[in-house]
Design a protein around this ligand. Sequence first.
Ligand code: BES
Ligand code: MN
Ligand code: ZN
Length: 500
Amino acid sequence: MNISFAKPSLPKAAALVVGVAEGRALSATAARLDSRAGGVLTRAMAGDQFTGKSGQFLPILAPHDLKVDRIVLAGLGKLEKFDSAAAEKLGGAIVGHLAASRTAQASIAVDAHKESPITAAESAARLAYGASLRSYRFGKYRTKKRDRDRPPPRRLTVMVADPAKARAAYRPLSGIAAGVFLTRDLVSEPANVLFPVALAARARQLTDDGVKVQVMGEARMEKLGMGSLLGVGRGSRHESQLVVMQWNGAPKAKTRTPIAFIGKGVTFDTGGISIKASAGMEDMKWDMGGSGVVIGLMRALARRKAKVNAVGVIGLVENMPSGSAQRPGDIVTTMSGQTIEVLNTDAEGRLVLADALWYTQSRFKPRFMVDLATLTGAIIVALGTERAGLFSNDETLRDQLMAAGDAVGEKLWPMPSDAAYGKEIDCDIADMKNIGSGRGAGSVTAAKFLERFVNKVPWAHLDIAGVTWSKKGSALVPKGGTAFGVRLLDRLVANSYEVK
Ligand code: BES
Ligand code: MN
Ligand code: ZN
């Protein structure tokens, strides 16, 4: 979808979207149109189906005396509550509405409202951002168009009094959207296309954004002693990879300690020898979701030139059963020196992260580490698809993450981390086992496992198994890969970690 900003005019567009605040209060543009067209807007609102509440739309077809094919009244809700988040949501909803009515081209008129907490330019930029996020499609494998496809409009013009200002406010937002789109692309790719080496190659493309990218293969990881990560990949024909991405955007970058993001990148999770049931196994193509978020986040930070030093580390493996696969009962030695008895080869994400986390803290001594992983089915039982699980050893980081998640609508929920849960993974013949003894709290024991590899660095773990893929979609997220975490962590950085 092509988005542009322009000064207000009466366009020949197929559809012109104008705002109406709650209580049928026409915005300035709407009022002008209404008087030019003999009160058709006011009459259309006479019933009680459209009152200007947010989420409401009312199309007026072929309005008399006007050149547009259609005017669409869009509910703004209460103007005092029309903030950036509301503007983004409205932009997304507008694209949803226009796609449903198969509109190829539209203009949106954004007016100033003195009651609203944001300026018209900011509102225009946020609207465009929301529209863009919602317009995403993963269409590369469809060779024929179908009737029931609802493509977003090809062109969207946002009309506002100061288009230059809106354009400037939109620029960093479009950088974040580019990161979100990259993550969605990666998560949507099938595993025959996106195996570890291929995913590493996609990460390598971030060099075009000014990110330093280093890719390590199995030989290098062997030397580093990453027996835990390598054990998971042993059953696959595809070579495992560890990718390190560095964005040095802070002024005097060399003197500043980085923050770090770590992602689980299991490009396909069959379960290995502890093989999964076949029903739904196709979902395990997105078991690299955590690494996808880290890659997209690095693009977002680089594209908007965030004033921060950030590193991204992703462990990429394919978990397959074969004659060379790791067996239940195998004992592996991690880079940290700690040993693990692998009792279930399907609890593989934590084995990958164990070495990735240890490597990250020992090489970079970061201010904090946040890892993301589609780690446990149990987190879906606990929180469903609404919130991701948040585990942390640091109260400040936990609060910052909660606030950032609430702000962007990628919501987290704090989970417990009592030492007692950690006892569940104590083992008789190795330092730990990779599954808990009891049957409950599988997400918590998994987090306690990870904690043994963070070496006291402030750390948080986001279990994103329930939120990485959406079967229904929402205002800013079409169904499919969500990129949950990119906007959240970008906001965390913007709120608390950028040099002013
Ligand atoms: N990738 C899965 C977790 C998962 C399940 C993500 C469903 C998304 C949807 C993970 O590797 C896994 O298999 N976890 C096991 C752990 C168990 C063996 C202790 C699980 O959750 O069943
Ligand atoms: Mn698994
Ligand atoms: Zn997995």
